[in-house]
Write a protein that binds this ligand. Structure first.
Ligand SMILES: *Cc1c(COP(=O)(O)O)cnc(C)c1O
Length: 424
């Protein structure tokens, strides 16, 4: 599409947008009497207006029933997680029995590595992307140490080539082949949180399996953002959080995927808890652990109902909008943002913005990461003051993510105007 950096053009696109009504389903922060330009759905999604009612229902049931709410609440808490399986599976391209919501993301990364990082003989290494999200780095390093392995020897990190910002796909494949019989686990962030680069998960999974490794993905920046087909790709496991693109509130519950070829193996080692125990006999509290088949068998604790209630509000909106529609809008929104940034950069002597996120639709979701050459944090601070919420990473990267559920083309136009003013 031929874009135009004008208000009329942006408004015309909004008028044609069949998803534009979903914006009104969200609360936008207001600064100095004006709704902010909110481009940080990659960090904390906005609050769906219906979240309050759905959480209130649980508060009311708690008030009215006390412990009996486990069985008599409108949505009985003992089975609360079950009402998510089908829609959560749609978000990541899985079968309902392959997913469950539980714990926080980093906790789940650890639980998945307990089951899927089983160093043996020569096969002791973990392969990941260099500069993974810090929590993932700590989780991986501490898992290695837990097995008595020194990360400096047993961690293979794939970095961008000298002078580049993105990791070349062929370098990942090359490393997998070079270290084939030493790799126990490949664990990569499916979408890099810093650059916005989407890795080719299906091919990485195939390459990993071809050398006998297990393959898992952290989808914190993937779930609710890009097309995922975890089941068909044959991925062994994955985890994601629900408070970024999935709009479920700070610290909200995390999701896991365990492929069905593992999910129904009670002999697979795991750290167990009562909520993963066979439902028909859970309350008999017998010794010995009998896991529920499927991903549910990895649950430890009973469901954190309040933050899962907020997740319900958001999932309902994803379902109503349709993921394919959202993805189509997302491509165009981000293309428009790219156009506006490049235009400002070309027309303004004071600005030199370099977009490091890949330009191809297959290699990015909605996020763009920009190197603000010659512009320090002062630029970011000016934007914040002007009512633009984006994200700053030292030394000079601005990350922004227009999300298709609640961002508009006009948001992007307004952002462009404010950016242009900020660099004067
Ligand atoms: C956001 C994010 C996390 C955060 O972990 P929590 O346990 O939810 O605090 C971890 N890993 C990645 C890649 C992330 O983007």
């Amino acid at each position: 599409m031929q874009f135009d950096n004008t208000l009329d053009f942006a408004k015309a696109l909004d008028q044609q947008d069949e998803l534009s009504g979903f914006r009104n389903e969200f609360h936008f922060p207001v600064i100095n009497g004006k709704e902010v330009v909110y481009f940080t759905g990659n960090s904390l999604g906005l609050q769906p207006k219906k979240a309050k009612d759905i959480i209130n229902q649980e508060l009311e049931d708690w008030a009215n029933w006390g412990v009996e709410g486990h069985f008599h609440a409108k949505n009985p808490w003992y089975a609360y997680h079950e009402i998510f399986a089908e829609d959560e599976a749609m978000i990541v391209g899985a079968k309902p029995e392959e997913v469950v919501l539980m714990n926080g993301l980093t906790v789940n990364l650890h639980l998945m590595m307990v089951s899927f990082f089983r160093p043996q003989g020569k096969r002791t290494k973990i392969l990941c992307e260099a500069k993974a999200f810090p929590s993932d780095q700590y989780a991986i390093e501490s898992q290695l140490r837990f097995h008595g392995l020194d990360p400096s020897e047993h961690l293979i990190e794939i970095a961008p080539r000298d002078g580049e910002h993105l990791i070349q796909h062929e370098d990942i494949l090359q490393a997998i082949n070079d270290h084939g019989d030493e790799i126990a686990l490949i664990m990569i962030g499916g979408v890099n949180y810093y650059s916005g680069q989407v890795f080719r998960m299906r091919e990485i999974t195939e390459a990993g399996h071809a050398v006998g490794a297990t393959v898992g993905f952290d989808l914190a920046h993937g779930a609710g953002n890009i097309d995922l087909q975890l089941h068909d790709w044959g991925v062994d496991f994955a985890c994601w959080c629900t408070y970024k693109y999935l709009n479920s509130g700070p610290g909200s519950v995390s999701g896991i995927f365990v492929h069905e070829r593992h999910a129904n193996s009670p002999e697979l080692p795991r750290f167990a808890g009562w909520w993963g125990y066979d439902k028909s006999s859970r309350f008999q509290m017998e010794a010995g652990f009998k896991p529920i088949p499927g991903a549910e068998g990895w649950q430890l604790s009973n469901a954190p109902v309040f933050n899962m209630a907020a997740h319900r509000a958001s999932l309902d909106l994803f379902k109503a909008a349709g993921f394919a529609n959202l993805r189509a809008k997302s491509r165009q929104l981000t293309d428009f943002l790219e156009f506006v940034i490049n235009e400002i950069s070309n027309k303004n002597d004071k600005a030199e913005f370099e977009i490091i996120t890949p330009s191809s639709h297959d290699e990015r979701g909605c996020q763009l990461s920009i190197l603000a050459h010659g512009q320090g944090k002062a630029l970011f601070d000016k934007l914040t003051e002007a009512g633009v919420i984006v994200d700053w990473r030292e030394p000079n990267v601005i990350r922004m993510a227009p999300v298709p559920l609640y961002n508009s083309y006009e948001d992007i136009y307004r952002f462009g105007q404010l950016l242009n003013e900020a660099i004067q």
